[in-house]
Ligand binder design. Structure first.
Ligand code: DX5
Ligand code: ZN
Length: 216
């Protein structure tokens, strides 16, 4: 998938009409879906697991970028792959050996991403950066949609872009028409968006405003 791209986050969507939401997102031009899996333990919020991921797979052919905000990512990695995940991103704060976890997910035949919260230093993910496909720089603390953008993410993106120019860079949290441009300038490729799409009635218009802001 060629970057840059806006990835709708299925956290604030209407789960009572998932099929309709998927159709609206595809019609709006979404090319990749971002799925927020939370366990009520690693973060203080609980969302969904394999049955929903599998249900989304049945109603959409779009690649699924699964953001695991869970205490034991390896315990659910294989079930998520079986449910149809194309890329699994785990949080460095949840694991002891970041390179070993990345390598084990890689062996499952999917893309691998590593995520870090705003308070976590880049040095924490350094040991796995040559193994992973993507680094997910959180611009809010993982757990909830609708939080305020933390610009510390921009410094991390710039630094990663410089040290690992081929790594895909993704940002998540508080991305809207104002923050997406600076994230692009900092070297980001993939922009996860919740509120700035799902709080709007017209997803196509919302995504095109974001695309325009990326283009500058
Ligand atoms: C937060 C999730 C995000 C969230 C983004 O923990 O990882 O994907 O849905 O939502 P907004 O765009 O509202 O910050
Ligand atoms: Zn996310």
């Amino acid at each position: 998938k060629s970057a840059p791209s806006v990835l709708p986050s299925l956290l604030l969507c209407d789960f009572g009409d998932l099929k309709g939401e998927l159709a609206r997102l595809e019609d709006a031009g979404a090319e990749v879906l971002h799925l927020d899996v939370m366990d009520g333990n690693f973060v203080g919020n609980l969302t969904y697991g394999m049955p929903i991921v599998e249900g989304i797979r049945r109603h959409s052919d779009l690649p699924m970028d699964v953001h695991l905000m869970i205490t034991d990512p390896l315990a659910y990695a294989k079930p998520m792959v079986d449910a149809g995940a194309d890329l699994l991103t785990f949080h460095v704060e949840a694991v002891d050996d970041v390179a070993a976890v990345a390598a084990q997910i890689r062996e499952m035949g999917v893309g691998v991403g590593v995520a870090l919260n705003p308070e976590t230093p880049l040095s924490a993910i350094e040991p796995c950066l040559d193994i992973v496909d993507l680094a997910l720089v959180m611009s809010v603390k993982a757990g909830f949609g609708g939080q305020k953008f933390n610009p510390v993410a921009l410094d991390k993106l710039r630094s990663l872009k410089q040290s690992h120019p081929k790594l895909l860079l993704e940002i998540d949290g508080g991305i809207d028409a104002t923050t997406i441009g600076p994230a692009r300038e900092a070297g980001c490729d993939l922009f996860v968006v919740g509120s700035a799409i799902f709080k709007k009635d017209d997803y196509k218009a919302a995504i095109s405003v974001l695309d325009d802001a990326i283009a500058g």
